[in-house]
Design a protein around this ligand. Structure first.
Ligand SMILES: [Zn+2]
Length: 225
């Protein structure tokens, strides 16, 4: 058997064991007694929420964004587990925190969408973490989920680029699709982390140019913005 197949089978077996032995009353961060969202009170209290909204502005174009918390400690662990380890329990916890944040901040919108990945990147990872979160939020709030965007180019590695380099790097990456489905609607765009805001800006810009009334951004965490 090839090394690659063995690796995949081992991964599948471990994932299966995790499902079989997973207990929903155990905190996924510390192993303590969990509350209703797979996490204990103590770990939950370490997530410092970011109240209020922030305006993202460029070229006289404005977007409002909200983040559940800063990109640190518990939230960072949850995001990294969802993004790189396929840990959907962590994703479930993040989605529930997003729903609570939407309700607490009274964010109003008509439909939900997510930051897309290129076909190649999604195939490699096997899923899109932002799409996963948006599906759960959509289901929980009973608001339609619309695929509004595709990512047509892979953005080069952002590491090592300065602020303007990061913006240039993403300027032609996103294209609007299914425009008729969101004409005149307020769209909530979901992503895991906001850093420079360039991704959120270009996604929002593409949707507004294609007929969205407005775009509000919600991320699980914010980092350095
Ligand atoms: Zn805990």
């Amino acid at each position: 058997m090839g090394k690659r197949i063995t690796k995949h089978l081992t991964y599948l077996f471990e994932a299966l064991l995790e499902v079989v032995y997973y207990k929903d009353d155990v905190c996924i961060i510390c192993g303590g007694n969990a509350e209703e969202i797979n996490i204990c009170k103590s770990c939950l209290n370490k997530i410092k929420t970011c109240p209020g909204d922030t305006v993202l502005c460029k070229n006289n174009n404005y977007f409002i964004y909200y983040s559940v918390s800063y990109y640190s400690k518990v939230m960072k662990t949850l995001i990294l587990r969802l993004k790189y380890k396929g840990d959907f329990f962590s994703g479930e916890t993040i989605a529930k925190l997003m729903v609570s944040h939407i309700q607490r901040e009274k964010i109003k919108f008509d439909a939900i969408t997510f930051v897309p990945m290129t076909k190649r990147a999604e195939k490699k990872r096997g899923y899109n973490q932002s799409q996963f979160l948006s599906k759960l939020v959509s289901k929980s709030l009973d608001v339609p989920l619309i695929k509004c965007l595709v990512k047509v180019h892979e953005s080069n590695d952002q590491i090592g680029l300065d602020g303007s380099g990061r913006w240039d790097n993403l300027s032609n990456c996103f294209r609007a699709v299914n425009e008729k489905m969101y004409l005149g609607k307020v769209i909530l765009l979901i992503d895991d982390v906001i850093t420079t805001g360039a991704t959120a800006y270009y996604c929002g810009d593409a949707m507004k140019k294609s007929g969205a009334k407005s775009v509000i951004v919600l991320t699980a965490a914010k980092s350095c913005i």
